[in-house]
Ligand binder design. Structure first.
Ligand SMILES: Cc1cc2nc3c(=O)[nH]c(=O)nc-3n(C[C@H](O)[C@H](O)[C@H](O)COP(=O)(O)OP(=O)(O)OC[C@H]3O[C@@H](n4cnc5c(N)ncnc54)[C@H](O)[C@@H]3O)c2cc1C
Ligand code: SF4
Ligand code: SF4
Ligand code: SF4
Length: 418
C-alpha cells in the first residue's frame, strides 16, 4: 500500500527521481526487506537504489524520509522561546557561544570543537556507549563513511566538517542494537531522518541519548570535490588525507597526497567553500532547516564578527530542547565546554544567508507547483510569513528564477536512477 494515495511518490526511488532526496540514508535502515542500497551519484549526492520489482510499496521508507517530508509538531517552539525566532529559526530556548575544554579537540574542530566535546562528555560522564557520525573512509580517504566512535581519540580523529556527501542515518541500526542510549551527530536533515525513524522504531527511540546538528547551507556533491581536487592537480587516487577546515579557525582546505613522496595542498576555507558551494544539489535550495531545528542542540559558526588572525575557534550553540539544556549545562559544569551567553540577535547576524534562503522557499515551491512537480512537505517553518518579508523584487526572483531553472535544467523530467 502506498503511503500517499494518488501521489506519484510510492517509494524512495520516486523521492530521489524527483530530486527531493537529501541523502541522509534513513531509508536504507527502514526497509525491513533490505531492498535499498545507497549509491553516490557524483553530480547529485548519496541516493537510494532499489529493485522496484522486489518492492511491495509498503511505504516504510517514505515514512522516515526527510526529503519527502519535514514536519514540526503543532505548537512546537511556542512555549518560552521568542516568537520571532521561532518563525526564523524554529524552537530556540537559549543561545550560547563557546568552545571545547579539550584544547586538541578545539584546535582540530571546525569551529570551536563543541560538537565533539559534547559527544565526549556524553560518552565519558553520561554513560553513553558511543557516537554515530561521519568520518573519512579509510579505504578511499576523499570519501566519507558512517562511523561509530567509542573513544576520545575516535572523536578527535573525526572532528571537522566534510563538505561532501555523507549519510549517517544509514548506521541507525548500530544505535538500535547498542547497550544504551547513544549520541547522534549530523546535518539538520540527518537529524530529521533520525527523528522520523525514532517515531516508527521503539528500540531506536530508546537508544537515542542526544541529537546534535550543525548548521548547514548545503552539501556539495562529489563532482564538486573532484573538481576542486582537479583544480589543485591532485589525482583522487593519490589522496592520503583531506581536511576541509579545522586545525585553526576557520582553517584551510588541506590535501595530503603520497604521489612520489608527499605533498600538501592548501586553500583558505573561504576560497574552497566558494568553489564547492556551486555544486550543492537543488534540494538543498529548498531546505528551510539550516540550523538544526529538530536536534537537542545545534552548533555553527559565530560569523557575527570578524575573526582575528590565529584566533582559537569558537562555536555558536542553540539549545532546542530541555534535554539539550540539561546536557549543555552539565557539560559546562564538568569542564568539557566553556560557554558565554549570547544575545539572540547574534544568531541572525551570524546566519543571515540561511535566513535569506528560508525566506525564498515559498516562492521556489510555488514555481514547482505551477509546473505540477512533486514538492517536499514542509510544515511549521512559517514559509509564507517569511516570504512576505522579502522585497517585491526578491519575491518575483524566487519564483521566476526557479521557473527558469526548471525549464533550462529540465527539472520537469524525472531522473532515471535504474
Ligand atoms: C555540508 C556542511 C555545511 C555547513 N554549513 C554551515 C553554515 O552554513 N553555517 C555554519 O555556521 N556552519 C555550517 N556548517 C557547520 C560548521 O562547519 C561546523 O561543523 C560547526 O560550526 C560545528 O563545529 P564544531 O567545531 O563544533 O564541530 P566538530 O567538533 O569539528 O565536529 C564536526 C562533526 O560533524 C560531523 N560531520 C562532518 N561532516 C559531516 C557531513 N558532511 N555530514 C554529517 N556529519 C558530518 C563529524 O563527524 C563531526 O562529528 C556546515 C557543515 C557542513 C558539513
Ligand atoms: S516501499 Fe517498503 S519494500 Fe519498498 S523499498 Fe520502501 S520499505 Fe522497502
Ligand atoms: S530517507 Fe534520506 S536517503 Fe532515503 S530517499 Fe529520503 S532523503 Fe533520500
Ligand atoms: S541544506 Fe538542508 S537538505 Fe541540504 S544537506 Fe544541509 S540540512 Fe540537508
Amino acid at each position: 500500500m502506498s503511503r500517499i494515495p494518488g501521489s506519484r511518490i510510492k517509494n524512495v526511488l520516486d523521492v530521489a527521481s524527483w530530486r527531493l532526496c537529501v541523502g541522509c540514508g534513513a531509508c536504507a535502515c527502514a526497509c525491513s526487506k533490505d531492498r535499498i542500497t545507497l549509491v553516490d551519484i557524483p553530480e547529485d549526492g548519496i541516493r537510494p537504489h532499489l529493485d522496484e520489482k522486489a518492492c511491495d510499496e509498503c511505504g516504510k521508507c517514505v515514512e522516515v524520509c526527510p526529503g519527502y517530508a519535514t514536519i514540526h509538531p503543532p505548537g512546537c517552539g511556542t512555549g518560552g522561546s521568542d516568537a520571532g525566532f521561532r518563525e526564523d529559526f524554529g524552537p530556540v530556548l537559549e543561545i550560547w557561544e563557546g568552545y571545547a575544554g579539550d584544547g586538541e579537540i578545539r584546535y582540530h574542530g571546525s569551529s570551536g570543537g563543541i560538537t565533539s566535546a559534547l559527544a565526549l562528555y556524553c560518552m565519558e560522564k553520561e554513560g553513553m556507549p558511543g557516537t554515530l557520525h561521519t568520518g573519512a573512509d579509510p579505504d578511499i580517504p576523499w570519501k566519507n563513511r558512517t562511523v561509530f566512535s567509542t573513544t576520545r581519540n575516535d572523536l578527535l580523529f573525526r572532528t571537522g566538517s566534510r563538505y561532501s556527501p555523507a549519510s549517517p542515518c544509514d548506521g541507525l541500526r548500530r544505535i538500535e542494537s547498542s547497550t544504551g542510549p547513544c549520541v547522534f551527530i549530523g546535518k539538520p536533515c540527518d537529524v530529521v531522518g533520525t527523528r522520523m525513524s525514532q517515531t516508527v522504531r521503539n528500540g531506536l527511540d530508546r537508544n537515542i541519548g542526544l541529537k546534535i546538528a550543525f548548521f548547514c547551507a548545503g552539501t556539495p556533491s562529489t563532482s564538486g570535490l573532484l573538481a576542486l581536487l582537479n583544480h589543485h592537480n591532485v589525482e583522487p587516487g593519490s589522496v592520503e588525507e583531506i581536511r576541509f577546515r579545522g586545525k585553526g579557525w576557520p582553517g584551510n582546505f588541506t590535501v595530503k597526497t603520497h604521489d612520489g613522496g608527499c605533498r600538501t595542498t592548501e586553500m583558505s576555507y573561504m576560497e574552497s567553500w566558494g568553489f564547492l558551494q556551486r555544486y550543492r544539489p537543488y534540494r538543498c535550495h529548498l531546505c528551510p532547516d539550516g540550523t538544526g531545528e529538530f536536534a537537542d542542540l545545534s552548533c555553527g559558526d559565530p560569523w557575527y564578527r570578524e575573526i582575528t588572525e590565529d584566533e582559537p575557534g569558537h562555536s555558536l550553540v542553540v539549545v532546542r530542547t530541555e534535554r539539550g539544556r540539561r546536557i549543555l549545562r552539565s557539560a559546562e559544569e564538568a569542564g568539557y565546554v566553556h560557554l558565554k551567553r549570547l544575545d539572540p540577535g547574534k544568531l541572525v547576524d551570524s546566519q543571515i544567508n540561511l535566513l535569506g534562503k528560508r525566506r525564498a522557499i515559498f516562492g521556489r515551491l510555488l514555481a514547482m507547483r505551477l509546473f505540477g512537480l512533486p514538492i517536499p512537505k514542509l510544515v511549521g517553518f512559517s514559509l509564507f510569513e517569511n516570504w512576505r518579508k522579502l522585497p517585491l523584487k526578491e519575491k518575483v526572483r524566487s519564483t521566476v528564477g526557479t521557473a527558469r531553472r526548471i525549464i533550462i535544467r529540465r527539472y520537469y523530467r524525472k531522473l532515471n536512477f535504474s
